[in-house]
Design a protein around this ligand. Structure first.
Ligand code: PMP
Length: 353
């Protein structure tokens, strides 16, 4: 007897997964360097005791969606929650993609957009960004008119390049897109402008957000989108019953009460991001401006992979993007705590000296 072969098209793009190396300074997966506020954890502990664990959780995540609706000034019926924003993206592909349909992506961008599309049997139409990684609206319009994608993904700020789109760019994509426009704002709070301001009834736009970065809750696996009610209703049809566990629903609802602390953290990260960019300016690297909690850079005198290894040897882990399409030689560093960033900058200076 032999085990059956799984689908051949399941492999994730070579080099995407970040190795989990045991180091002192981890700046590879764009998490928050700080844990959530202690008062949030106290409140969570207090509420966990009241969960009826023998019962399924609230299937509609009513309280969580009400809290998020309050945060964004929309109706709860405009919010869809899932296990990380990756699951939100997967639900979008399940509901709007599938065989005979396509999505559009503009590379280099977040690898999971095309990966999830492939997993759901959705074709991927790809356009390239300009050499400075900005979105080329002529390319966007060519790709959209050629492929008629059911979903057009815009990642803003874009992972891994850091650049954010402005209102006029998103409006142009919306005007050209034949289907749904998904603005992935996993890093939205670090940017100057959000596409949330364009979401409205009858507008084919959704904005996805996550608790994994700004909210310091990557372990909770919680993400959501804001969009028109009918899109949320379609996503609820593809979500598994009771897919959001009770603890997660409480964790997310309570987090929203700590939005002030979250904003303070964003302020710290943005200041540290500026400091890192300024310091990179005096090293032999090319660094790209960022509106996210990470910075993309390319060492000019040594190979990216070698620099990555030399940093690991100094107990600093960054993301090796050097084999990703369009990013030859590039590394991406997450903005960490001031001490983490000092450790990164001095290790990098030593490696490049
Ligand atoms: N979108 C982007 C652009 C990301 O970088 C990430 C995290 N790597 C995600 C979505 C997914 O985040 P999560 O599933 O943790 O919410």
């Amino acid at each position: 007897m032999a085990l059956p072969e799984p689908r051949e098209d399941l492999g994730l793009r070579e080099g995407y997964h970040s190795p989990q190396v045991d180091v002192a300074v981890r700046l590879n997966t764009n998490e928050s360097p700080l844990p959530p506020p202690p008062a949030w954890l106290d409140a969570l502990r207090a509420e966990i005791g009241g969960i009826a664990f023998h019962r399924y959780p609230d299937r509609h995540a009513t309280a969580l969606r009400e809290a998020l609706a309050g945060l964004h000034g929309v109706r709860p019926s405009q919010i869809f929650c899932a296990n990380g924003s990756n699951e939100v993206l997967q639900s979008l592909c399940l509901a709007y993609g599938g065989p005979g349909r396509s999505v559009a992506v503009f590379e280099p961008t977040y690898a999971l957009h095309s990966h999830i599309a492939h997993l759901t049997g959705t074709a991927v139409a790809e356009g390239r960004r300009r050499p400075d990684f900005s979105l080329d609206l002529d390319v966007v319009s060519d790709v959209l008119s050629g492929a008629h994608p059911a979903i057009t993904f815009v990642c803003s700020p874009n992972n891994p390049t850091g650049m954010a789109e402005d209102a006029s760019a998103v409006r142009s994509v919306l005007a050209a897109a034949p289907g749904l426009v998904v603005v992935d704002e996993a890093y939205g709070q670090f940017a100057d402008w959000s596409a949330l301001s364009l979401v409205g009834d009858g507008v084919p736009l959704v904005v996805t957000r996550t608790f994994s970065k700004t909210w310091s809750m990557a372990a909770a696996r919680l993400g959501y989108l804001v969009g028109p009610d009918p899109v949320v209703a379609a996503l609820e049809r593809v979500a598994l019953p009771y897919h959001l566990d009770a603890v997660k629903q409480i964790a997310g609802r309570l987090a929203v009460e700590f939005v002030g602390e979250m904003d303070e953290r964003v302020g710290l990260i943005v200041r540290e991001r500026r400091r890192i960019l300024a310091a990179l300016g005096s090293l032999p690297v090319t660094a790209w401006p960022s509106q996210a909690n990470f910075v993309l850079f390319r060492p000019e005198l040594r190979k990216g992979r070698e620099v990555w290894q030399a940093l690991v040897d100094r107990s600093v882990l960054v993301r090796d993007a050097s084999s990703w399409p369009g990013l030859s030689g590039c590394l991406r560093v997450t903005v960490g705590s001031p001490a983490d960033n000092d450790a990164f900058l001095s290790a990098l200076a030593e490696v490049l000296s």
